[in-house]
Design a binder for this molecule. Structure first.
Ligand SMILES: [Mg+2]
Length: 255
């Protein structure tokens, strides 16, 4: 196994499952820290702030600090700053997205007369918010979405994710957004600029082939798949492009 100088680490299914820690996760993070290997927790969750994600990890016994967390909202804000720094953005989303956009100095407007529409999960979504977004996109506003996750695993079962809300605007306007989160390469590239490591000596660790592993593949990064989350070992045979490595759980990995 090659030695990697940087790690991008998925959360749900890799560090915890819902509100339960994955047994091997705390020791894996301790080991990275002890060896001084830089890493980021990489999550498609757009609703939470770095502090909120950190709190959850610490409560579950995984040592974490806010600067080690990189969300699809942060990637979206950084991408907007680079590609459309002066855009006035109409935003659908929760505190995690709003905070990330503010930090990058993105101009937020509540007017449908805007330059860009940015969509993250919003558990208080209304018809009026979708109406404004649709009018703006039809009038030529650029269209961004933090991630394309259609369903979110919860204790109640699978609930609608941001991809489902985004699809309302996409279907109604006939325009597709630029998605930022996994499986897109954009979030991986933005994370690398924060981590400060090169794509060739960084590895992406995750449980979900369709988001984590595909993001790594699309970004040209090596991948480590763990079978502690959504994609079962039996599915490996059917995958078109295999992950670089796969293990049952993180205790089988040597840093
Ligand atoms: Mg996962």
């Amino acid at each position: 196994m090659k030695k990697y100088n940087g790690y991008l680490i998925d959360l749900d299914g890799t560090m915890y499952r819902g509100n339960e820690v994955i047994k091997e996760a705390p020791a894996f993070i301790k080991d990275l820290k002890a060896r001084g290997i830089p890493y980021l927790f990489l999550t498609n969750n757009s609703s939470k702030t770095q502090d909120q994600v950190t709190d959850k990890l610490n409560k579950l016994g995984v040592e974490a600090h806010p600067e080690e967390v990189f969300t699809s909202s942060m990637a979206t804000a950084k991408y907007l700053k680079q590609t459309s720094p002066n855009a006035r953005c109409y935003v659908i989303g929760e505190v995690g997205l709003m905070e990330a956009l503010h930090r990058e100095g993105i101009h937020i407007t509540d007017q449908e007369d805007c330059d860009a529409v940015v969509v993250g999960i919003d558990r208080n979504i209304t018809y009026e918010k979708l109406a404004k977004a649709c009018i703006a996109v039809r009038n030529g506003a650029a269209f961004f979405s933090t991630n394309s996750d259609n369903a979110l695993p919860t204790e109640r079962g699978l609930l609608p994710g941001n991809g489902a809300f985004t699809s309302v605007i996409a279907v109604s306007t006939g325009k597709q957004p630029t998605y930022i989160g996994k499986p897109e390469a954009i979030i991986v590239k933005e994370a690398l600029t924060v981590l400060g490591t090169e794509v060739d000596d960084t590895i992406l660790v995750g449980d979900n082939y369709n988001t984590d592993i595909r993001a790594g593949i699309q970004a040209g990064m090596d991948t480590l798949m763990v079978f502690t989350g959504v994609t079962p070992l039996e599915q490996l045979e059917t995958l078109p492009i295999k992950p670089t490595y796969y293990i049952n759980n993180l205790s089988e990995w040597t840093l």
